[in-house]
Design a protein around this ligand. Sequence first.
Ligand SMILES: Nc1nc2c(ncn2[C@@H]2O[C@H](COP(=O)(O)OP(=O)(O)OP(=O)(O)O)[C@@H](O)[C@H]2O)c(=O)[nH]1
Ligand SMILES: [Mg+2]
Length: 336
Amino acid sequence: MDPVLIIALAVAVLAVAIVILVVVLRGRQQPSPTAAPATPSVGALAERLEKTRAALGGRLKGLLSRGAVDDDFWTGLEEALIAADLGVGATAQVVDRVRLASPTGADEARSAIHDELLAILSGRDRDLHLDGSPAVVVVVGVNGVGKTTSIAKLAARLQSSGSSALLGAADTFRAAADAQLRTWAERVGVEIVSGQSGADPAAVAFDAYQAARARERDVVIVDTAGRLHSKHNLMQELGKIVRVLEREAGSIDEVLLVLDATTGQNGTAQIKQFTDVVGVTGIVLTKLDGTAKGGITVAIEQDYGVPVKFIGVGEGVEDLIPFEPRAFVDALLADA
Ligand SMILES: Nc1nc2c(ncn2[C@@H]2O[C@H](COP(=O)(O)OP(=O)(O)OP(=O)(O)O)[C@@H](O)[C@H]2O)c(=O)[nH]1
Ligand SMILES: [Mg+2]
């Protein structure tokens, strides 16, 4: 073979190899985009809402399979909705409106129930508004509802969508609270600012805000002590945390009230008690995987008008998902 041709071939092979090497190295240097924790499909969500689905969907299926839309149907529908903890107001509204739709058979009745549940949940602003720099999110709620774990899940969600978060451990009331948040922070790879046990929680919130600002983090999420709404001092203390953050940041972007769905209707009184002290912007409804009372979601929005922004459907870090009414209602009625 012509030596010139051999050299030309070798040069061409070398050039191709260099191009491939450059492309591979560049690919490595790019921070690999981490996918945001996926929002489950209706099927997966239905699985998580298994208890409510079995209770409500199962009852409705029994009713609808009779085929007749008669007095027994209306009584049964009311009972099924009340049993799922929709509350008196939302139950009455759904029953009245389904009646007005005058369904003649099971399919029409099912679709009217679906539409009326969805109507109660529609038209609310469920976005997290994180406008400040850093944006300030304060998480409040009574003992054991899932504040700390929801914060970790939310931080993981924010980080994986490209926002940097910093956690403030302003629960200085319970001895192990700081360690719990720290463990989660390490697990999801997010920074944390905490204070001594018994320190002034408002001072910790202040430090966390300042650290987030100095380090140019996008969001600071402040964990607070689980307080019994009846404990006056703790509620006052919460008011102080909020005032300090408002003073520093100008305004608080989100105050998320965490409610435990397993407490059903008993838990909704907390909404008023907390909104009297702090301006709640959204609800995080946890433990929906562990209850047949998932209808509480509808009761909250019907009775209090505060949007449910996230739902907790398990203990894993990916188990906090943005609340999507249509997927939720589809999942609830998956069996009906
Ligand atoms: N099954 C299930 N468990 C959850 C969910 N969210 C939280 N939990 C569990 O609820 C328990 C209490 O959660 P925490 O995050 O410690 O609650 P907290 O509100 O911070 O509690 P205090 O700080 O003591 O007031 C933990 O065992 C969590 O794993 C959820 O969506 N589903
Ligand atoms: Mg906690």
